[in-house]
Design a protein around this ligand. Structure first.
Ligand code: HEM
Length: 580
């Protein structure tokens, strides 16, 4: 009897606590600053249940129902949704330490839980730290010399991928999204570390389980886990930011929350090992020998006696970077540069295959600028002449925004949309909605790259890479990679799309839409047997990769300088032996 009474008391107290929480939630809701139209939120979860659809974070329906200036809630966090260009102008201004510099609050519990707050770039609210890290990205990734070097890496990765495609044969059905993911992973890895990641060969061995690979299984497994963990990291950023703590810890969801945490922590440990290997490689390099100029070497040598960064450091940051800081920045490159580029390629192929005229015009430009021989190599200068290809990329990213929603918050009270907002208000910039807004775009639903050729000003209205000082630092690299990949694919292959890509839009689709979906196609070489020399080239490039196989993700055995410098070696192969 006593036990029942006790339980009844507990129940009563819980009920009172629940009613108090709900009352407080709605008290805050009904007394909120500048009430705007928007869906009515539920206690604890807000509108989270209305936002998720098909694994997507879809806010366009709010714009359709409530207009260009409206609101929604995730948990108790309110977001002001801005869906036209005029509303975001002030936020997108590049102002030093400006009022909209940060994306999240200093005390964001989700990002804190997964260790992403105030580290690296994306969620770093400490302006001086952010500025210092950003310098590396700007000086390295945006620099023409880095991009030039990357043009070679992209061509090498493509050659490797083609070799696998050739082996699979023309009637094979390809899951293009998966190939693209591995391809961009390998490309980014080699340009940032000078080492090979083996993601392509790992995927190839997965689709051909009966074939024996030269690469040890342990390395392939490691590579797989690395790719999976980068995915978890990108997805985790959004998951922990958007989902309220109470939802993350619900039975059934909690296990997944833990899985994401475990993967991110695996990634950190693994990157630490890569850093250690690189440190050792650097320390074993004779003083009179030039160090490689990859991004990781720059991070590790800054403010040391062997600094190769040409004084990137400043008075505020005159100490070498700790492994922890290097790790965070290094992971951001992967987080920012793989899904975005591979998803872009999938949408590009989807649009081009459904728009034969645009495709034809693009192929003509590629052949005119790069020459008719589909195997000839090209440079950054060549790529810069591909104006129509660039228009195609911009238009595809307009019709299907790769990052459809951006978050910004104000650090001081600000006026937006005619309302004064207290500091710490969250603004959701509905890029998808702005890219399709009828007031700015004629026939916005139609894929028409000509709009960028006829009216170059249109490009200023596209926010593929965001805006403000935080505009994507990987944009030059990404644009080069997309142009190069489109050129290599379309100068050689006829593509048959076997099914439409589902129209996922929304923030979560940034990482996962293509993962949940499958873009299947077949590839047929247009100029099938012209290869001759080049076919041997592919073989020799691969043979060299195999010889330098001791250079892999993080094995301590690789320490010391490999006999071959993969980048220089392949570059030499491509540019001296083959092209001359
Ligand atoms: C098609 C490819 C890409 C797209 C569409 C894309 C898009 C974006 C967008 C929209 C932002 C947010 C900007 C803002 O808040 O206004 C961003 C930020 C960022 N991107 Fe990219 N990106 C791409 C490729 C890359 C690559 C290749 C890298 C790295 C090598 C990269 C690294 C980053 C980083 C580190 C940030 C955070 C910058 C900061 O907060 O200062 N991205 N990107």
């Amino acid at each position: 009897m006593e036990a029942i009474n006790f339980l009844q008391e507990i129940l009563k107290i819980s009920l009172v606590a629940l009613i108090a929480c709900i009352s407080y939630y709605y008290y805050k809701y009904f007394t909120r600053e500048n009430p705007l139209p928007g869906p009515f939120p539920l206690p604890f979860i807000g509108n989270t249940h209305q936002i998720f659809e098909n694994h997507s974070f879809d806010t366009s329906k709010f714009q359709a129902k409530y207009g260009d200036l409206c609101e929604f809630y995730t948990g108790s966090q309110r977001f002001i949704l801005l869906s036209n260009d005029d509303l975001i102008q002030k936020i997108m201004k590049p102002i030093v330490n400006g009022p909209f510099h940060n994306r999240v609050n200093d005390d964001d519990n989700g990002l804190n839980e997964i260790g992403l707050l105030n580290t690296g770039l994306t969620f770093n609210n400490n302006y001086t730290d952010w500025q210092y890290h950003r310098k590396f990205f700007t000086k390295v990734i945006m620099s023409p010399s880095f991009i030039k070097q990357s043009v070679i890496a992209v061509q090498d990765s493509f050659l490797e991928m083609e070799k696998y495609w050739d082996d699979l044969g023309e009637d094979t059905v390809f899951e293009f999204n998966r190939w693209m993911k591995q391809y961009f992973f390998d490309t980014i890895f080699i340009t940032t570390t000078s080492n090979r990641a083996c993601a392509l060969i790992d995927y190839y061995t997965k689709v051909t389980p009966n074939e024996k690979s030269d690469v040890p299984e342990s390395i392939l497994k490691e590579s797989s886990k690395f790719v999976e963990s980068v995915d978890a990291h990108v997805y985790g950023m959004q998951y922990f930011f958007v989902l309220p703590r109470i939802v993350r810890n619900l039975p059934g969801i909690k296990g997944y929350t833990q899985y994401l945490k475990d993967r991110v922590s695996w990634l950190r440990n693994n990157v630490d090992n890569i850093i250690k290997s690189k440190r050792e490689e650097i320390s074993k390099t004779p003083i009179d020998q030039k160090l490689k100029s990859d991004m990781l070497t720059m991070f590790l040598t800054v403010n040391t006696e062997i600094d190769i960064t040409e004084r990137i450091a400043d008075d505020l940051h005159d100490k070498p970077m700790s492994d922890k800081v290097v790790q965070e920045n290094f992971i951001e490159v992967f987080g920012g540069g793989i899904d975005t580029s591979s998803n872009s390629m999938c949408f590009l192929v989807g649009f081009l295959e459904n728009n034969p005229k645009a495709k034809q015009r693009m192929i003509e430009e590629i052949e005119r600028v790069l020459g008719k021989d589909p195997n000839s190599s090209f440079t950054l200068e060549d790529l810069s002449k591909l104006e129509y290809v660039e228009a195609v990329i911009k238009e595809a990213s307009r019709v299907h925004s790769i990052v459809p929603l951006l978050f910004k918050k104000n650090s001081v009270p600000e006026v937006i949309g005619g309302y004064k907002w207290s500091k710490g208000t969250y603004f959701g910039l509905n890029i998808h909605g702005i890219h399709k807004h009828k007031s700015y775009w004629k026939n916005p639903e139609i894929f028409n790259p000509d709009r960028f050729m006829d009216n170059p000003e249109s490009k200023n209205k596209v926010y593929t890479f965001g805006g403000s000082l935080r505009k994507c630092p990987g944009r030059n690299l990404a644009m080069m990679e997309l142009k190069a990949t489109l050129a290599m694919l379309y100068r050689k292959y006829d593509i048959e799309l076997l099914g439409p890509l589902k129209e996922h839009i929304g923030y979560f689709s940034w990482a996962n839409s293509i993962e949940n979906d499958h873009q299947t196609l077949t590839l047929r070489k247009r100029v099938a047997k012209v290869l001759g020399v080049a076919e041997r080239t592919v073989e020799s490039v691969l043979a060299d990769w195999t010889r330098i196989m001791t250079v892999h993700l993080h094995s301590p055995k690789i320490l010391g300088r490999p006999k071959f410098q993969p980048d220089e070696n392949v570059a030499e192969l491509l540019h001296t032996k083959i092209l001359k």
